[in-house]
Design a protein. Structure first.
Length: 58
């Protein structure tokens, strides 16, 4: 039983959110990203970014 639980836990996804900031040529920019650092697949079905309650478009 413990081995089976450990086997399931060893393939869990571990999704991490990161942000990046850059100041090149007097232009500031930032970005957010997601990375799966787990060993299992991560399924992300939807994501939404808002600023002042308005959706941010690409």
């Amino acid at each position: 039983m413990i081995a089976r639980s450990y086997a399931r836990a060893s393939v869990w996804p571990r999704v991490e959110l990161y942000r990046s900031f850059s100041m090149k040529s007097e232009q500031e920019s930032f970005s957010y990203g997601l990375m799966n650092n787990g060993t299992g697949p991560a399924i992300i079905k939807d994501a939404k970014v808002t600023y002042n309650n308005e959706p941010v478009k690409k």
